[in-house]
Each structure stands twice: as C-alpha cells, then as structure tokens.
Design a protein around this ligand. Structure first.
Ligand code: PGA
Length: 243
C-alpha cells in the first residue's frame, strides 16, 4: 500500500474570519489532487473552517491540545474539543510549542496519546536546532525526540511524523535535499511501523522547492507554515505533490 501524500498547512497565530475565503479558493485544487490536504487554522477559526470544508477534500486540524480531556486549565483546548469543532488531526510538539511553552518530550507524548484517545490523528513534530546540526548531533536529537514523544506502539497505526529542522522554520532556509533524504530514511528506520507511518518535511517549503522535496522516497508530504497563508502558494504546493 503506497502512503498517501499529505500536504498540511499550519497557519500558526494567523487568520481572521475574513480569511475563510481561502478554503473556497483551494477546494477545487484539493478535490483534483491525489494528496490528502489538511489545514490547521487557529482554534478560533476551526469550527468555521470545518463547516466551510464539509463535503470538500480538505481536512481541518488543530495546532496543539492539552493532554487532559477537560478540567481547570484556563485558556487550553482539549483533543475532544478539537474533534467536536471538526478537527481530524492535531499537530503536537511543534518546535514553537517546545520552545515558547517549554514542552518536553513527555508532554508531547501525553498530548499525542490524548489525540489518539479522542479518535484523532496526531502529527508529531521533531527536529534539531542549528547548533545541534553543526555539532553533528541531528540524528541523536531526533532519535531521542522520537523515543520520548511517540505514543505507545500499539496505538501508532495512523500516526504522522513531521521532521522540521528548527533552523529552517520561517527562515527561508531549507535543509538540502540530501540531508532531508537521509534524515527521513533515518526516521523511518527508527519507527515502530515504518511502512505505514507518513513522514512529512517542514521548514520553508515553498512552491519552488516543493517538487524536489516531495519527490524523495521517504518524504510523504509537507507541513507548511508561511506558504500556507497564501492560497496561490498553497495550491502550487498541492499541485507539486502530484502523486
Ligand atoms: P514555515 O513553517 O513553512 O513557515 O517554515 C513550517 C512549520 O513551522 O510548520
């Protein structure tokens, strides 16, 4: 069974209701694509986006969740709430969460398990910093993140991994095609279910570099920040997926 390519947009802390027309623009391209298209808007837009995309080939996801189902956690959102609002996937362990909110691997694992328990699919992010790469530690760091952040083996069937080198996020720098190829092969070799688990690349994916990255055997899609905010860029990347 070939792995279906996933093209996922992460809007981060961007987007107002005036931006929902984005979904009407990308819908025909998503419908025509063999790729699975996912957009993770801010939580404030999730229900409206899901309503707008109902019947379309666009999935909607959350950007983070709390590990508990409910409780006294002001400002937090749980996985069942995201599901209720129309999400099918939740990003967990994005480097901006790991850095801005001091999330540990154990926190990320608890969130990933909460996502699975809610019947949703976690997209677990891993990736090294520039210093770690320059010190030759990229694989060790990623191995450690995987072993600490992934949920229990028996629950892994639909899991998605996103390899996002921290230094490539929002910087316009991308890892070289050969570095991406070797890191993705390394990640696959470290996964409990290597044949079915999809591994996305993230970090300054743009219309002009998407085809080269997506052509790599172990790259099963892309997680896209900046270029997912502009419908024309995002649709070009969906078209570049082409398999
Ligand atoms: P970027 O973000 O495409 O803007 O580099 C990627 C991400 O953080 O998922």
């Amino acid at each position: 069974m070939p792995r279906t390519v996933m093209i996922a947009g992460n809007w981060k802390m961007n987007g107002l209701s005036a931006d929902l027309g984005f979904f009407d623009t990308i819908a025909p391209v998503a419908r025509a694509s063999a790729a699975e298209v996912l957009v993770c808007p801010p939580a404030t837009l999730l229900a409206a986006a899901a309503g707008r995309c109902s019947g379309e080939a666009i999935l909607i996801g959350g950007q983070d969740c709390h590990a508990e189902k409910s409780g006294a956690h002001t400002g937090d959102i749980s996985a069942p709430m995201l599901r209720d609002a129309g999400a099918s996937h939740v990003i967990v362990g994005h480097s901006e969460r790991r850095i801005d909110h001091a999330e540990s691997d154990a926190d990320v694992r608890a969130k990933a398990e909460a996502v699975l328990a809610a019947g949703l699919i976690p997209i677990v992010c891993v990736g090294e910093t520039r210093q770690e790469r320059e010190a030759g530690q990229a694989e060790d760091v990623v191995r450690q993140q995987l072993s600490g952040s992934l949920p229990g083996v028996s629950q892994n069937s639909e899991l998605v991994i996103a390899y996002e080198p921290v230094w490539a996020i929002g910087t316009g720098l991308t890892a070289s095609v050969s570095d991406v190829a070797s890191m993705h092969a390394f990640i696959r070799s470290a996964l409990p279910e290597p044949l079915t688990t999809r591994i996305l690349y993230g970090g300054s994916v743009k219309p002009d570099n998407a085809a080269a990255l997506l052509s790599l055997a172990d790259v099963d899609g892309a997680l896209i920040g900046g270029a997912s905010l502009k419908a024309s860029d995002f649709t070009s990347i969906i078209e570049a997926a082409g398999r």
